[in-house]
Design a binder for this molecule. Structure first.
Ligand SMILES: Cc1ncc(C[n+]2csc(CCOP(=O)(O)OP(=O)(O)O)c2C)c(N)n1
Ligand SMILES: [Mg+2]
Length: 551
């Protein structure tokens, strides 16, 4: 057994089933070991996509996704994916090659200090220098990646350590882990705050979407009957139509949902992660905030909770509900605002205008997606519309990135979701800018044979920045581009294409594509004049404008 074989058996020991990436010559021992293993090697056409896929695997399953690249250039292509997983709290293990470290036969050729590059982008980054440490380093890598707060880990395996004799080093066995549950004193304090509240409101943040939390969270909301809203990344964490959903805070203030937030006197903030664009801005006079988290809150200018309930969120919430169930006559105090908020958000969703409005697109997508269908967004102006307007009833059915907010992740994430859940409908929604950042992964999608529909929203522009430019009073300059004929482009990959050519044609076109199965690419022109009409004029305050720039 050599170092590479030991590494691969350590990965098998972790239950890894597939690895995404592009090997280089420094990984050839690892590739050979994979050939003899139970692990599938899934090639991508750019390392960035491999990292987005591995991170999304972690996001959707809680088990770290794994990606593999060569040294130098290949490893550097992982950096955006590393940051995506780091900010988004997605467990991922990145393995990169390196020239030999015992001798230096190629001098400095292709050698970049990847471990140092990765250190600020990961929870842990190490070079493997001896086969003896492989079992413990791999075990530790997965533990660190998967434990709260999850994120990326990097291991560098130099080619000579991969080739060295490595027999006789036993693997580290796994054992089940349970986290500590919140202490009695903290539960009592939290219960008192909630009992005293006149107008309580629950907020579900990014960590509320952890795959294992969905049931406990839904139970908590249903037992207490306190209305809730979510952050963009907390969307869908309460299962089923509870009748308590008040909206999603896609903007930081003055959106319709803020009517409830501003009137609340207590916000029970579950799993909020301040990497998200603030869902509301705390100030000296606003509501009290109770932070419920796996980890203590990170205090920011805009987020400084008054009390905290720290521990495994699911069981801690169950204990809290035991103290409160049936004792909250004012639980629904803010519910009368619900109808009005949701009605405002649903306006103009059925207009037949062509090009289509963002509201109509969100509406039609919701119509053809079953409750468990997964929509994966890239980054662009439409993200705000989907976050505000797309109702979810199942956790992790609207995958968006309100953390790094990088373009280019939509298609790879959707391919990953489609690989994990072949029986569910999966839709990638991309702008014409973001799609072209990783469109080469259409070949990966064809090769792995997923059922997937890709919807491209066409405005021939970096629409979000163009809109922000206009909203800030700048001249319209430098944000438009030409596009390939997407249908011909899809055809070149062997993919069926479809153009939406009237205001009412989107839903039937999508439905037909899903019904046919396989891969489809559909383009729809989008009318972004609604951005200013709704997000500025209707909301009148200029919430989005005063929020920190997203770009
Ligand atoms: C990798 C990356 N580059 C640049 C940006 C800044 N940015 C945010 S949205 C956006 C425009 C997106 O254009 P498109 O994908 O066409 O979506 P649209 O807003 O036009 O719907 C840009 C350039 C970013 N978030 N990520
Ligand atoms: Mg665009």
């Amino acid at each position: 057994m050599n170092g590479a074989e030991l590494l691969v058996s350590a990965l098998e020991n972790e239950g890894v089933e597939q690895i995404f990436g592009i090997p280089g010559e420094e990984n050839l021992d690892v590739v050979e070991a994979l050939r003899h293993s139970s692990i599938k090697l899934v090639l991508t056409r750019h390392e960035q996509a491999a990292a987005f896929m591995a991170a999304t695997h972690g996001r959707l399953t809680g088990k770290a996704g794994v990606c593999l690249t060569t040294l130098g250039p290949g490893a550097l292509n992982l950096t955006t994916g590393a940051a995506f997983a780091q900010l988004g709290a997605m467990p991922m293990v990145m393995i990169t090659g390196q020239k030999g470290i015992l001798s230096r036969k190629q001098a400095g050729f292709q050698v970049v200090d990847i471990v140092s590059t990765m250190r600020p982008l990961t929870k842990m980054a190490h070079q493997i220098v001896s086969p003896a440490t492989i079992p413990s380093m791999v075990r530790e890598a997965f533990r660190v990646a998967q434990q709260e707060r999850p994120g990326p880990v990097h291991l560098e395996l130099p080619e000579d350590i991969a080739a060295v004799e490595a027999s006789g080093f036993p693997l580290v066995p796994l054992h089940p882990m349970t986290l500590p549950v919140a202490q009695h004193a903290a539960l009592d304090r939290a219960a008192t705050l909630i009992l005293e509240a006149e107008r309580p409101l629950i907020m579900l943040g990014a960590a509320a979407s952890r795959p294992r939390l969905a049931d406990d969270l839904s139970q908590f909301v249903k037992r207490l009957q306190i209305p809730f809203f979510n952050t963009q990344m907390g969307k869908g964490a309460v299962t089923g139509g509870s009748g308590l959903y008040m909206g999603t805070a896609a903007l930081s203030e003055r959106d319709h949902v803020h009517q409830a937030i501003d009137r609340a006197d207590l916000i029970i903030s579950i799993g909020h992660d301040t990497i998200e664009k603030p869902p509301f801005i705390m100030g000296p006079r606003g509501p009290k905030v109770l932070h419920v988290g796996y980890l203590p809150a990170s205090v920011e200018e805009v987020y400084f909770p008054h009390a905290e309930l720290i521990g495994d969120i699911g069981p801690s919430l169950a204990l809290l509900a035991d103290r409160l169930e049936g004792k909250l006559p004012r639980a629904g105090a803010l519910l009368p605002l619900r109808q009005q908020i949701l009605a405002r958000i649903g306006e103009r969703a059925q207009e037949s205008r062509y090009p289509l409005t963002p509201q109509r697109i969100v509406h039609d997508v919701r119509q053809i997606m079953p409750e468990d269908g997964i929509v994966c967004l890239d980054n662009g102006m439409y993200k705000i519309w989907f976050a505000r307007n797309y109702r979810t009833r199942v956790a992790n059915t609207l995958l968006l990135d309100n953390a790094l907010a990088t373009m280019g992740a939509g298609l790879p994430s959707a391919i990953m979701a489609a690989m994990l859940y072949p029986k569910r409908r999966v839709l990638a929604v991309c702008g014409d800018g973001g799609f072209m950042m990783n469109s080469q992964e259409l070949e990966t999608a064809v090769r792995v044979g997923v059922n997937l529909v890709v919807l491209i929203l066409q405005d021939n522009a970096y629409g979000m920045i163009r809109w922000k430019q206009a909203a800030d009073g700048f001249a319209d300059f430098g944000m438009t581009f030409g596009n390939p004929d997407f249908i011909t482009y899809a055809k070149a990959y062997g993919i069926q294409g479809g153009r939406v050519q009237s205001g009412d044609a989107l839903a039937p076109t999508l439905e037909k594509a899903f019904a046919a199965g396989g891969l489809h690419l559909i383009t729809v022109p989008i009318d972004y004049s609604e951005n200013s009409r709704v997000l500025i004029e209707e909301l009148r305050g200029d919430s989005f404008l005063t929020a920190p720039r997203q770009a």
